[in-house]
Ligand binder design. Structure first.
Ligand code: MRU
Length: 353
């Protein structure tokens, strides 16, 4: 088992009836905590990417459901559950691409519906459920780190990997999925360096993944997205590691825009391409991702970098938030139950219920 580092950041902290969120829009310049005690503020925090990354958003939403439940005035159980369902729906619409968001909210809702007792007791159950989900996600990340480490190519020297977006401690309860594998590899002395693609337009790679690596002393090199092919051609990396927002049962993977291109490049250079995600990212109702439509981001992302305009206002833009990587391009999906070929996902999901 890889040595587990406890030096990573926790993006969602529960403290004195408040949720403290690391403001991920301000990193790496400022490490700031935003204190949230009202439902509407949690909705805004998820929509504006103060908290982001599929598992972290799921955990934040579970706390959001608790905050929303506290604001429901009725003490009639049936009326309470009806209002709670509306609160849940609002949360699920904040970032609908993230499978873990819907999963965490539905899980919490189901738990409440199946729990006998007063409304006060149900509200307390929601808080305990959010805390349990958060604790379990951390264990899940550690397991993914371990299984991913075993799945990495065995080479005599240390290996270097390429990552895209942020799937680290900041994107989960802590530690990370793909960046958890990076952590595990680093602490097992199998990692030389991580190449982080900057991930335009929101720069989660250069702002967040690189920040996490620097915090932990993991050697990191930032490259612009357009440099990935060259890095592979030069033999700089021996594996590509990405996260996932939603995985279809056949293994097709929806993730940050640019993931699909990296998978094609990895295939062209015979470099293994790993998707790391908890099983809660698997959408059991989605057989394949062929017909999934991806949401678009606002224009400012493309027109400007920070506050600086970098394009003429007269130009049109196209700004999809995600893309879909077909299962055929994925070497393995690393879950808390092991690293498996995409073709094995359906039976794993069935077996784990
Ligand atoms: O828009 P973001 O920053 O939330 O996108 C994050 C990703 O695309 C991650 O790869 C994904 O959510 C998995 S995080 C473990």
């Amino acid at each position: 088992m890889a040595e587990i580092s406890e030096t990573h950041v926790y993006p969602v902290i529960w403290q004195d009836e408040h949720v403290l969120l690391v403001d991920q829009n301000r990193l790496p310049l400022d490490y700031t905590l935003v204190s949230i005690s009202r439902f509407e503020d949690m909705v805004r925090a998820i929509k504006t990417l103060i908290v982001r990354g599929a598992p972290a958003v799921g955990i934040a939403a579970a706390y959001g459901l608790y905050l929303g439940a506290k604001e429901i005035p009725t003490r009639d159980r049936q009326a309470f559950i009806e209002r709670l369902e509306a609160v849940a729906e609002q949360l699920k619409n904040t970032r609908p691409d993230k499978a873990n968001l819907g999963w965490a909210v539905d899980f919490s809702l189901k738990k409440v519906c199946n729990t006998p007792g007063t409304v006060e007791y149900l509200i307390q159950t929601l808080l305990e459920t959010a805390q349990t989900l958060q604790r379990e996600d951390l264990q899940t990340c550690y397991a993914i780190g371990d299984y991913g480490l075993k799945a990495l190519p065995e080479i005599p020297e240390r290996l270097s990997v390429y990552t895209h977006c942020n799937h680290g401690a900041l994107a989960t309860s802590g530690y990370g999925t793909s960046l958890g594998i990076v952590r595990a590899a680093w602490h097992s002395e199998r990692l030389e360096r991580v190449y982080v693609g900057e991930t335009r337009p929101r720069l989660q790679g250069s702002r967040l993944s690189a920040w996490e690596c620097v915090q932990e002393g993991i050697p990191v090199t930032i490259v612009t997205d357009s440099m990935a092919a060259h890095c592979m051609k030069q033999g700089l990396v021996q594996a590509v590691l990405v996260g996932a927002d939603r995985i279809a049962v056949n293994g097709d993977t929806l993730n940050k825009i640019g993931t699909y291109g990296l998978a094609l490049l990895a295939k062209a250079h015979s470099i293994p391409f790993f998707v790391a995600a908890p099983l809660s990212t698997v959408d059991i109702w989605l057989k394949t991702a062929e017909a999934v439509s991806v949401s678009e981001n606002p224009s400012a992302d493309i027109y400007q970098i920070g506050e600086t305009l970098v394009a003429p206002a007269g130009a049109e833009y196209y700004n999809p938030a995600s893309d879909i990587t077909p299962a055929a391009l994925i070497t393995a999906i690393v879950t808390e139950q092991g690293a498996i070929a995409p073709s094995e996902l359906a039976s794993l999901v069935k077996a784990t219920g």
